[in-house]
Ligand binder design. Structure first.
Ligand SMILES: Cc1cc2nc3c(=O)[nH]c(=O)nc-3n(C[C@H](O)[C@H](O)[C@H](O)COP(=O)(O)OP(=O)(O)OC[C@H]3O[C@@H](n4cnc5c(N)ncnc54)[C@H](O)[C@@H]3O)c2cc1C
Length: 460
C-alpha cells in the first residue's frame, strides 16, 4: 500500500470496529477498516487459545439494530445462571431470573470477530489487514500506516485499550488519558469436552470458583469445552510470578480448585505456554477531536472484565452514536459532542462498577453480612419485580444507562444495609418497610432518569 483515499477510516477491526463499520456502511457511507493483525479467518492469530465473552442486553440490542441478532445468537451458548464451586467441590446454583427468562450468551471472541468481519465485508466494507497505524495528522486527514499513507475525511479509533489513535491524540494535546492497572492479571485455560463430545459440567451456567484474592471462572463453548479464566495477583507469595513450574501449578490447583483440576488434563502445559494478560481501566477525556476523530469501545473506555461488559459497552457506543447521526445529519461536531456527552458518564460508571465488583469478589466473598444482603436483594427482586431491579440486572439485562444503574445501586446498598440490621436470615426482613424504603428512595430516581426503560428492562 502506498497512498490511498477513503471517506471513512476505521482503525482496528476488533469487535467494536467491525460492528461500527457495518452500522456506517448501512448508512450509505464508504467505509475502510484497517487492522494491524493478519486476517484471523485465515491465520490463527490467537495461537489456538479460545477467549470467550458474554453478550448481554446492550450487545444484543446493537446487533438487532443491524439485523444480526439471530445470526450471532446462533453461534452462542445461553447461560441461565451462576454455578458456584466451593473448595470441597460443593455446588450452589443461582439463576439469573426466577423463571429462566433472562440469560447471557457465551461466545468465542475470535468466532464473533470473524463473523462480524465477514458481515462487514458482505455489507460492502473493505478491510485491509496487516496495516498498523503508526502516526497521524488529523487536521490534514492523513493516517500513516506501516504500509503507507491513507487520506480520509473522518477517523474512528476502535483499536482497543492500547489505542494508537488515542495515543496520537494525547501526544497532540487533543485529549488526556490514563490507564490504571489492577495488581491482578488473567490466564486463559481450558476444560475440554468429554471423549463423546458432551460437557463435563453444567452447560448453561457461568461457573465461578470464588477464593477471595484469586478466582477461577468458566464459560461454555459450543463444542462441549469450557474456556476457563484464572484471575490472580501478578506478584507476591501466591501469584503468576511464583506459579512458574508444573509442580507449583498442580499443587496450587489441587489446593484451591480440586474439582476443576480433575477436568483439566492439559493444565500445566496450557498454564506455562499461555500468556498472562494485564487488566487495566482506560480513562480518556474527551473521546473526540473536532469533527475529525472519535474513539469507540476499549480505545475510549477499556474496563476490567468483572462485570462482563467491555464489549457490550462498546457495542452500546455504536447504537448511541447512530442515534446522534440520525439527529444531526452531516454535522459531525454536534454528533461527536452528543455521543461523548451521553456515553462518557456511562463509560466512567461501568469502569467504576467493574472495579467495585473486583473488590467485592476479592474482599467480601466469604463475609456472612454481604451474603445475607445478596439473599435479601434476591428476595426483594422476587417479591417486588416491578419495583426492585438489582444493579446486576440493570447492567446486564436492561438498557438502563450504566450511570443510572450505578446511582441506583448505591441507593440499594443503603436500603439493604438498613433492612439487614438485626436479622439473621433473609426471610426475617420487614417487607412493608422494604416497600416503603424502595418507594421513598428509588422510584423518584427511576421516574426521573429512565422510567421508560425500567418498564421494559429486557430488550432481547
Ligand atoms: C478476560 C477477559 C474477559 C472479558 N469478558 C468480557 C465479557 O464477558 N463481556 C464483554 O462484553 N466484554 C468482555 N471483555 C472485554 C472485551 O474483550 C473488550 O471490551 C472488547 O474486546 C473490546 O473491543 P474493541 O473492538 O474495542 O477492542 P479490541 O477487541 O481490543 O480490538 C482492537 C483491534 O484493533 C487492532 N489494533 C490495535 N492497534 C492497532 C493499530 N495501531 N493499527 C491498526 N489496528 C490496531 C487490534 O489488532 C484489534 O483487532 C473481557 C476482556 C477480558 C480481558
Amino acid at each position: 500500500m502506498t497512498r490511498r483515499e477513503c471517506d471513512v477510516a476505521i482503525v482496528g477491526a476488533g469487535l467494536v470496529g467491525s460492528l461500527l463499520a457495518i452500522f456506517l456502511q448501512q448508512q450509505g457511507q464508504r467505509v475502510r477498516l484497517f487492522e494491524k493483525r493478519p486476517d484471523m479467518r485465515v491465520d490463527d492469530v490467537d495461537g489456538g487459545r479460545s477467549i470467550n465473552l458474554v453478550v448481554t442486553s446492550r450487545g444484543i440490542h446493537a446487533l438487532s439494530q443491524v439485523g444480526l441478532k439471530e445470526k450471532i445468537l446462533a453461534i452462542t451458548t445461553p447461560v441461565y445462571g451462576r454455578m458456584i464451586h466451593d473448595v470441597q467441590g460443593e455446588l450452589i446454583y443461582q439463576s439469573y431470573s426466577k423463571d429462566n427468562t433472562e440469560c447471557n450468551y457465551s461466545v468465542s471472541r475470535s468466532q464473533l470477530n470473524k463473523e462480524l468481519m465477514t458481515c462487514a465485508e458482505q455489507a460492502g466494507v473493505e478491510i485491509s489487514f496487516g496495516c498498523e497505524l503508526e502516526d497521524a495528522e488529523f487536521d490534514k486527514g492523513v493516517l500513516t500506516f506501516s504500509e503507507g499513507e491513507v487520506h480520509t475525511r473522518r477517523v474512528y479509533g476502535t483499536d482497543g485499550s492500547g489505542s494508537a489513535v488515542r495515543r496520537i491524540l494525547a501526544r497532540q494535546k487533543h485529549l488526556s488519558d490514563r490507564i490504571d492497572f489492577l495488581p491482578h492479571g488473567y490466564k486463559e485455560l481450558v476444560i475440554p469436552a468429554a471423549p463423546d463430545g458432551s460437557y463435563l459440567m453444567e452447560k448453561e451456567a457461568l461457573h465461578i470458583w470464588p477464593r477471595g484474592h484469586h478466582m477461577l471462572m468458566a464459560l461454555p463453548n459450543q463444542d462441549g469445552s469450557f474456556t476457563v479464566t484464572l484471575y490472580l495477583a501478578m506478584e507476591g507469595d501466591v501469584s503468576f510470578a511464583t506459579l512458574n513450574t508444573s509442580e507449583r501449578v498442580t499443587s496450587y490447583f489441587h489446593t484451591h480448585y480440586p474439582d476443576a483440576i480433575a477436568r483439566m488434563p492439559c493444565l500445566t502445559t496450557d498454564f506455562l505456554a499461555n500468556p498472562t494478560g494485564l487488566l487495566g481501566t482506560v480513562w480518556a477525556d474527551p473521546w473526540f477531536y473536532q469533527d475529525k476523530v472519535a474513539l469507540f469501545g476499549d480505545a475510549a473506555h477499556g474496563v476490567v472484565p468483572f462485570f462482563g461488559q467491555g464489549m457490550n459497552a462498546g457495542f452500546e457506543d455504536c447504537t448511541v452514536f447512530m442515534e446522534a447521526m440520525t439527529k444531526y445529519g452531516d454535522d459531525y461536531s454536534a454528533m461527536f459532542a452528543e455521543y461523548y456527552q451521553i456515553q462518557k458518564p456511562n463509560g466512567d460508571a461501568i469502569a467504576r462498577m467493574a472495579i467495585a465488583n473486583f473488590i467485592e469478589m476479592r474482599d467480601h466473598v466469604g463475609d456472612p453480612r454481604f451474603l445475607l444482603q445478596k439473599q435479601v436483594e434476591a428476595l426483594l427482586g422476587r417479591t417486588y419485580p416491578e419495583l426492585y431491579l438489582s444493579k446486576y440486572s440493570m447492567v446486564t439485562h436492561s438498557l438502563i444507562p450504566y450511570a443510572v444503574a450505578e446511582q441506583v445501586g448505591e441507593i440499594q446498598k443503603d436500603i439493604l444495609e438498613q433492612l439487614c440490621q438485626g436479622i439473621k436470615q433473609a426471610e426475617d426482613i420487614d417487607l412493608e418497610k422494604a416497600k416503603e424504603l424502595i418507594a421513598q428512595k428509588l422510584t423518584p430516581l427511576w421516574d426521573a432518569g429512565s422510567g421508560d426503560l425500567i418498564s421494559s428492562p429486557n430488550p432481547s
